[in-house]
Design a binder for this molecule. Structure first.
Ligand code: PEP
Length: 253
């Protein structure tokens, strides 16, 4: 059975008080409403990591993640945060290759390989993002585009390394736009991704890999999307900033 995961990407939102309030609400709802079999991952901005970790405490099933890490281990890289620092502050997961990082910070597939390796070497679980822009979807070449992102960044990993990774499929045209992929579009792409992973790493490993959907997920559309065979949860942006919505999404399996 693959893990069911709902990960919240806070992006560059919330001050300290707001972040603490959101985390406390999520922790209480998660405990009171007895959510079973689903893993929640909170991915706040770096400055929140320590505070959020403290509030998560010993809650089983809620994990801390970061939104990015450096491709370097340490050194004179002002403003960067290493994977080993994230691990030492209690992160379990790290998002790698979000489309906003790829677009605004020009992160390439090769750079993302280095970041993924740093994460794995430091015991973090990468949530590796992929997804096509609108013009690729309109041209109907989305499968080739997304599978190339995965092979270029991840196919140099050993099966042992790859076995730790979570994939997030996030069509760029659906992120923050209110326009979700239909559940069939999500399923088709997730199945294509799984097949592609299987062609390189073998069917067994591909079947074990969690593949999350991201892009304007909310409590209204999550049950339909999460009902699909190859969808193992979600990477949630906007709706992860509202405790009730985030927890309701996690109850949508
Ligand atoms: C995201 O940024 O990963 C995301 C899915 O955002 P939203 O849910 O707001 O579309």
């Amino acid at each position: 059975m693959r893990k069911k995961i709902v990960a919240g990407n806070w992006k560059m939102n919330l001050n300290q008080e707001e972040g603490h309030k959101l985390t406390s609400e999520i922790v209480h709802m998660f405990e009171d409403e007895n959510l079973k079999d689903v893993i929640l991952v909170l991915n706040p901005p770096f400055v929140h990591l320590q505070g959020v970790k403290k509030l998560i405490g010993e809650t089983k099933g809620i994990f801390l993640g970061a939104q990015n890490c450096s491709d370097k281990a340490s050194g004179a890289f002002t403003g960067e945060i290493s994977a080993s620092m994230l691990a030492s502050f209690g992160s379990t997961y790290v998002i790698i290759g979000h489309s906003e990082r790829r677009e605004y910070f020009k992160e390439t597939n090769a750079l993302l390989t280095a970041k993924t390796k740093q994460a794995l070497e430091n015991g973090l679980i990468p949530i590796f993002c992929c997804g096509e822009p609108l013009e690729i979807r309109e041209a109907g070449t989305q499968d080739a585009y997304v599978t190339a992102q995965l092979s270029e960044s991840l196919f140099g990993l050993s099966p042992e390394e790859f076995g730790k990774i979570v994939i997030a499929y996030e069509p760029i045209w659906a992120i923050g736009t209110g326009k979700t992929a239909s559940s069939d579009q999500a399923q088709d792409m997730h199945a294509a991704i799984r097949k592609h992973l299987g062609s390189h790493f073998g069917e067994e490993l591909a079947q074990q890999t969690p593949i999350l959907y991201g892009g304007s997920c909310n409590p209204g559309n999550a049950p339909d999307i999460f009902s699909k065979n190859d969808v193992d949860g979600g990477l949630i942006g906007g709706a992860s900033l509202k405790s009730r919505d985030f927890v309701d999404i996690a109850k949508s399996f």
